[in-house]
Design a protein around this ligand. Structure first.
Ligand SMILES: [Fe+2]
Ligand SMILES: [Fe+2]
Length: 329
């Protein structure tokens, strides 16, 4: 059996047994296309997500905070790399995915179209945005597609460090002067609702959810994950001594969950359409960085070619891994 022979029975058996589908296995075209769309969007979000926080690296208030923030932003670049690598196992080229991002044919998470106005935003992003990302991504460690699931294991470990550093930063501000507390509260006020939107539209309006769950790409619906996130955040906000900006937030004894107020989906759709405060800035910066990095990619490819020619001249066998690296460059 080769990858070109359709084999829906094996595919279905793999899913039913909760085993992983691997790159060489046959898979339905729609399953492949769904994964490419999701993994690419995820990878784009990681690298675009570097921008709002990188904005504060030069202005971090201490060497310790600066070192932490640099490490975090660098982690996000790494997450992008693992994910572009995972997408490539599905037969797409990284170059084409980046073109799709730059030309607006593929999306990144709308959360990164909001600005980082103060230092406290670095804390709010870590606590809420990375926190929402973890809630979304922990179940993806059990995604049916092997390379994506394995990439997520490492990403989630790093995201949990991101979440903690944000929480710890906010805690320091919340225990600080009145001005620092006010800055922390203002950041939480601005980031809370967009964080809830990160889980995507309500289940009733989420066209892909049912099929993605049947394929075991997704394990929980958008609303389930959003509820889980709210339930985690409410007691954490209490510990911080900060208020979540939702007067309707209260414990519902019957449901065993916190109820929350209505989400402004009109805002979500507007940001998705490109009308967010920073859409143009983010994509403009990304295009510029890509163009300015062209010489690095060319130099890396030329170096890989030189190494390969040298090995061929020596009569040494070429290493598969290095061949792959050149393609990736
Ligand atoms: Fe990340
Ligand atoms: Fe992160």
């Amino acid at each position: 059996m080769t990858a070109t022979d359709p084999d829906p029975d094996t595919f279905e058996r793999t899913l039913a047994a909760d085993e992983r589908v691997e790159p060489r296995d046959w898979m339905p075209d729609a399953y492949r296309a769904t994964l490419v769309r999701q993994i690419a969007q995820h990878a784009h979000s990681e690298i675009i997500g570097m921008q709002p926080e990188a904005n504060w690296i030069t202005r971090a208030p201490s060497l310790r905070r600066k070192a932490i923030l640099i490490a975090k932003v660098q982690d996000e670049a790494g997450h992008g790399l693992y994910l572009y690598g995972a997408a490539e196992t599905l037969g797409v080229a990284r170059e084409d995915l980046l073109d799709a991002l730059h030309e607006g044919r593929q999306r990144y998470s709308s959360i990164f179209n909001y600005p980082t106005l103060t230092w406290a935003d670095v804390g709010a992003i870590g606590w809420l945005v990375d926190g929402a990302a973890i809630t979304n991504q922990v179940p993806l460690c059990r995604c049916s597609y092997g390379p994506y699931a394995r990439a997520m294991v490492r990403i989630c470990k790093e995201e949990s460090f991101h979440q903690r550093q944000g929480y710890e930063l906010l805690l320091a501000l919340a225990k600080g002067t009145a001005a620092q507390r006010a800055m922390a509260q203002d950041a939480v006020d601005r980031w809370w609702w967009p964080s809830l939107m990160m889980f995507g539209p309500p289940d009733a309006e989420s066209p892909h959810t049912r099929q993605s769950m049947a394929w075991k790409i997704k394990r929980h619906s958008n609303d389930e994950l959003r509820q889980r996130f709210v339930d985690i955040c409410v007691p954490q906000a209490e510990t911080l001594g900060l208020t979540l900006p939702d007067p309707a937030l209260r414990w519902n004894e019957e449901r065993g969950h916190f109820d929350h107020g209505p989400i402004d989906w009109a805002e979500f759709k507007a940001v998705l359409r490109g009308a967010g405060p920073c859409n143009e800035q983010r994509i403009g910066q990304r295009r510029r960085a890509h163009a300015e990095g062209a010489w690095v990619r060319e130099a890396a490819a030329a170096y890989a070619r030189k190494q390969r020619d040298r090995r061929t001249a020596d009569g040494r066998p070429e290493q598969g891994r290095e061949r792959g690296r050149e393609v990736a460059a």
